[in-house]
Ligand binder design. Structure first.
Ligand code: ACO
Length: 472
């Protein structure tokens, strides 16, 4: 099969959110700390009916895929499902056509039973139980592992000609303190197959994996991670450098010419918060100066050349380098990065879904001008595992076209349809979730007033920890 990659996408995020400037005020931090300091506008979170561990997101996301798949299913009849209806009309796929489903998530629902098996309900109902794949977990990297598994399967000798389906889903919540405003929630589903408008340049990808305690979840009784914020930033940037070096090396070996940032049209990053994305792009600009890439102009060399002698940790700690490289990178940042920042700035960190939500933002913002473009993707999961890879975009033919994907995702509408909750309400919800986490024998409020029709929600967990959902 040729040009294996992403044929179709759908994104779901909870309709409940809080503005970051209101949170600044509520938390009593200095004005601008979250909005400018972290670069975030708004944060999404699952309410108590959307499931402490984000099943709400997954179910809804998969529900939309289900509607996309099961043509004649009753949910279509619901009013308000314009996006879903258009999605259904455009993609004519039978649920039996899914041969592999991979889930990426770091939200622990069960230490044995995969999230994938919960989602099988949808396919069983359509008569398809012959679907390979389970869950992949390593912090925010699981979605990328799931995606590679599907792409590799389609490219392999065990491929049976059917589609792969990837679901990245997470609810990111932090204990009270400086990390809390970097939470978020969301789910992305991607259909994988050959002749894709979003094709993998599989030969060029490079990874960096190592052992670090930057962010981890050792306390199985809590949903919150243990996080060393400063260390996680440095680990992220070191992994970025290493992946970029590896990517360039592989590209140069295979193509017989130098690679530099000038060879890519867009850069999409895993986005814990936007400031780190700004720093990451600036770091790559500095890397090109340090590599003496021929595309680097004189003024960039003049400004950044002095920093190339910094050794190891020094170069990650230098505020001067950070500031200067961000200044030098600014015009290109606006062109090549900014279009892929909308959803992460609006929702916050969606862990495994973050990178793909950022990519969805690019499709949304630049829909009609993406034909022939190369997009660099950087995936990072603490602990740590990271990969840089690239995608080659072509407009493609409907239903699997870039413009159709953008239309189906209907991002502007989904963002506008959200409800802002007060910080007091948010904190109250966090307390409820803390108490319920890992619990059994409880009933939710079943308050679905914020949810769109057709959204799945958690109704109760029985004395044997079994979870039950209903559809609004
Ligand atoms: N106006 C403008 N900027 C401000 C203001 C203000 N009033 N106050 C602070 N800032 C800036 C700071 O200068 C700093 O900017 P800089 O990074 O350019 O120096 C930024 O806001 C953050 O402030 P700090 O005091 O440095 O950091 P803080 O203690 O608030 O913690 C952190 C931030 C570490 C990101 C924390 O939120 C965290 O631990 N988050 C989770 C970990 C994480 O996401 N790591 C990323 C990779 S791992 C992953 O994906 C989970």
């Amino acid at each position: 099969p040729q040009n294996v990659g992403i044929l179709a996408m759908e994104i779901y995020f909870p309709p409940t959110c809080i503005q970051q400037d209101i949170l600044e005020n509520f938390d009593g931090v200095s004005k601008g700390k979250y909005t400018i300091g972290l670069g975030q506008d708004c944060m999404a979170f699952c309410s108590e009916v959307e499931d402490v561990i984000s099943m709400g997101c997954v179910y809804e996301c998969l529900h939309q895929v289900q509607v996309l798949l099961c043509h004649n299913s009753p949910p279509l009849m619901h009013k308000g499902l314009t996006a879903v209806t258009s999605l259904l009309e455009k993609y004519e796929i039978d649920p039996k056509q899914i041969g592999r489903m991979e889930v990426g998530s770091e939200t622990v629902i069960d230490k044995s039973k995969s999230i994938k098996t919960f989602l099988m309900k949808i396919f069983e109902d359509c008569g398809n139980t012959d679907i390979e794949g389970v869950d992949s977990t390593n912090a925010c990297y699981g979605g990328t592992a799931a995606l590679f598994n599907c792409v590799n399967w389609v490219e392999s000798s065990s491929w049976d000609g059917r589609y792969g389906l990837v679901v990245s889903t997470d609810s990111a919540v932090y204990a009270e303190g400086p990390a809390r405003p970097t939470g978020g929630a969301g789910a992305v589903a991607m259909l994988i197959g050959p002749d894709a408008p979003i094709a993998f340049e599989s030969k060029f990808r490079a990874s960096h994996m190592s052992h670090a305690y930057d962010f981890y979840k050792p306390d199985l009784a809590s949903e919150y991670p243990v996080v060393d914020g400063k260390l996680s930033q440095t680990c992220y940037l070191m992994a970025l450098d290493s992946c970029y070096t590896g990517y360039c090396r592989k590209y140069e070996k295979l193509q017989g010419k130098q690679f530099s940032m000038a060879d890519a049209d867009y850069f999409v990053f895993h986005s814990p918060y936007n400031k780190l994305v700004q720093k990451s792009f600036a770091r790559l600009v500095f890397d090109d100066v340090a590599r003496n890439a021929s595309s680097v102009d004189e003024s960039a060399k003049e400004k950044l050349g002095q920093f190339t002698s910094l050794q190891g940790d020094e170069s990650y700690q230098s505020r001067d380098l950070e500031k200067t490289s961000q200044q030098v990178a600014k015009p290109d940042y606006d062109k090549k990065v900014q279009p892929g920042t909308l959803i992460p700035k609006q929702l916050g960190n969606m862990y495994t879904a973050s990178l793909y939500a950022a990519f969805a933002s690019l499709l949304h913002n630049k829909t009609s001008s993406l034909d022939g473009k190369r997009v660099m993707m950087f995936s990072y999961g603490s602990g740590l595992s990271a990969t840089m890879f690239s995608l080659h975009l072509t407009e493609g033919k409907s239903p699997f076209s870039l413009s159709n994907i953008a239309k189906v995702m209907n991002i502007e509408h989904k963002l506008k349809a959200r409800t802002e909750l007060a910080p007091e309400k948010f904190v109250e919800l966090m307390h409820v979730m803390e108490q319920r986490y890992g619990g059994k024998d409880y009933v939710t409020s079943k308050d679905t007033s914020h949810l769109a029709p057709g959204t799945y929600y958690l109704t109760h967990v029985d004395p044997k920890y079994r979870r039950y959902y209903a559809k609004k």
